[in-house]
Write a protein that binds this ligand. Structure first.
Ligand code: ZN
Length: 139
């Protein structure tokens, strides 16, 4: 993918994030995503329907990489089973950490395929994914 297209997708998700804004609903599990090496400080809420991720929303302050990757992640994860979501996240982690990954499973997350060139941004790109992973592996 052309780097100007990648940048455009990232900026679009940064300026108009998907599912930004929390809901007061006790059916949601609330988790926090903080990155002390950046300004990233997000709250995420997740709603399950049995084994399926029915909804995720987020809010808070974060940089362009963190905000956009959370927005794209939410778009990709809604409707997936816990197992599918874990596979998706692990595949994404592999890409960020320069390991082997399956491009076809990434969806729009492919826009971060050269983030390894900016090591200090890797944490931003992984932040929400790793918090969701923690939630999925304990529930
Ligand atoms: Zn950040």
């Amino acid at each position: 993918m052309d780097s100007s297209i990648k940048r455009a997708i990232i900026m679009q998700h940064y300026q108009k994030p998907f599912h930004k804004g929390l809901k007061e609903d006790s059916n949601y599990v609330k988790i926090k995503a903080n990155n002390e090496s950046c300004i990233d400080n997000l709250d995420l809420i997740v709603k399950f329907n049995g084994d399926i991720i029915e909804d995720i929303c987020f809010d808070g302050e974060a940089c362009a990489i963190s905000t956009s990757s959370t927005s794209i992640m939410i778009h990709e994860l809604i409707g997936k089973t816990k197992k599918e979501a874990l596979e998706f996240i692990e595949n994404y982690e592999n890409m960020i950490n320069e390991k082997e990954y399956n491009e076809e499973l990434l969806g729009e997350c492919i826009v971060y395929d050269d983030i390894y060139k900016q090591p200090n941004r890797k944490k931003c790109a992984l932040l929400s994914f790793l918090e969701i992973k923690k939630l999925l592996t304990k529930s």
